[in-house]
Design a binder for this molecule. Structure first.
Ligand SMILES: [Zn+2]
Length: 394
């Protein structure tokens, strides 16, 4: 048996319980075997001892919305998705390494071409390349005239069914579709819905019948109601959503997956597409509306998680923006740990430091409940009992 005893000044288990001082976690064969006070947990003979000094132990971080082959700062995100598979792969492999070294041990990938994310997910799971555990949507479902349309467009029942079933046959973990316009393309306003309510119902029915959840790119307008009524599991972005939209989501149990880093970080959309006036105009609207809209979400009580939308290594910044826009440090931390795990359907495996779960454990300098920016200073990075922090950052 492979046993590791990790000790640190503090442990936040992610369940909402108060931090534990002078804590220890025992890892056995990739799973958490015990959590408690240092000195009260005995290390089995031959166990590796890992002392993290004054640091805080946390559950491995979870990015609930990203794309592995996109680097926003390079611009033309749609063009990056459509680029040759080899080029996309050359971006993806270093991107996920950067994510992992920043303490992210699980990511949900919501749109890639060439089934690239399936191959990367499998290579990571087999230990051939370092990266977070991946849940993948593979080729997004998008309308011909819409936003997010990459190599395959799908309109009407026949194309939609075929596209979804091809994704499922290839091994998709979830289905992602684009309902509304977005910020990173010049096409259409972000509250225009490109799919009819019938098409939205069909997408959800087709995915759920195979036991797969549905994530939808939707900013605002009628799309939010149509998607909630159709039973989608997570609404991504929601940057133009109203108070009423969030309340409807709360009543229905629909998750919000929120992101701000790509709109606000200098290496985000501005870094890549700053020269495109139409995109910058939409970005200005997104920035102006963000604090108020996120405030509506917080007031409504809708459940939410955070994702970087391809801002690799910047989940800490995402959490910091959530706090800046009114979330508590506890909420922001839950948005990248426990609640993110629940939003993506993996709470029984990850998201908290509890006995029996996969040993995804990170340490940070400082205490994120006092200063959320502590998430930036990552020390230990362990995924399923294997350490990755000794890899040098590329
Ligand atoms: Zn996205």
């Amino acid at each position: 048996m492979n046993a590791i005893l990790i000790t640190a000044a503090r442990l936040i288990d992610g369940t909402g319980r108060a931090p534990m001082e002078r804590a220890a976690v025992l890892v056995e064969d990739g799973r958490i075997a015990a959590v408690g006070r240092a000195g009260e947990i005995a290390a089995p003979p031959g166990a590796t001892l890992v002392h993290r000094g004054e640091e805080t132990l946390l559950p491995g971080l979870i990015d609930a919305h990203t794309h592995i082959s996109i680097i926003p700062g390079l611009g033309d995100q749609g063009g990056q998705l459509k680029s040759r598979a080899a080029l996309a792969m050359l971006r993806a492999v270093p991107n996920i390494r950067k994510d992992l070294l920043s303490g992210v041990t699980t990511m949900r990938v919501v749109g890639e071409e060439h089934f690239l994310d399936i191959d990367v997910r499998n290579a990571v799971a087999a230990g051939r390349i370092p990266g977070p555990r991946l849940l993948v949507a593979t080729r997004p479902i998008a309308a011909r005239h819409g936003h997010g349309t990459a190599l395959t467009a799908s309109d009407g029942p026949e194309e939609i069914r075929r596209h979804i079933r091809e994704n499922l046959a290839a091994g998709a973990d979830l289905i992602k579709f684009f309902a509304t316009g977005g910020t990173s393309s010049a096409r259409a306003a972000a509250d225009t819905c490109f799919y009819s309510p019938e098409e939205i119902r069909l997408i959800v029915e087709e995915a759920h019948r195979d036991g797969r959840p549905v994530a939808v790119h939707a900013h605002g307008g009628p799309a939010i109601r149509w998607c909630v009524e159709a039973g989608v599991d997570t609404i991504e972005h929601g940057k133009l959503a109203t108070r009423e939209d969030f309340e409807m989501m709360r009543r229905a149990g629909t998750w919000l997956v929120s992101n701000h880093a790509i709109s606000f970080h200098p290496e985000g959309i501005e870094g890549g597409d700053g020269g495109n006036p139409r995109i910058m105009e939409k970005l200005a609207i997104a920035r102006r509306r963000a604090p108020e809209t996120f405030g509506f979400a917080l007031e409504s009580g809708v459940r939410w998680a955070l994702g970087t939308d391809s801002m690799h290594g910047l989940l800490w910044f995402e959490a910091q923006k959530a706090v800046e826009f009114g979330a508590t440090n506890e909420q922001a931390l839950a948005g990248v740990t426990r609640n993110a795990a629940e939003a993506i359907g993996l709470l029984d495996q990850i998201g908290t430091l509890e006995v029996g779960k996969r040993a995804d454990i990170v340490s940070v300098r400082g205490n994120p409940l006092q200063d959320i920016a502590a998430l930036r200073e990552v020390g230990l990075v362990m995924k399923e009992g294997t350490r990755f922090d000794q890899l040098s950052a590329a």
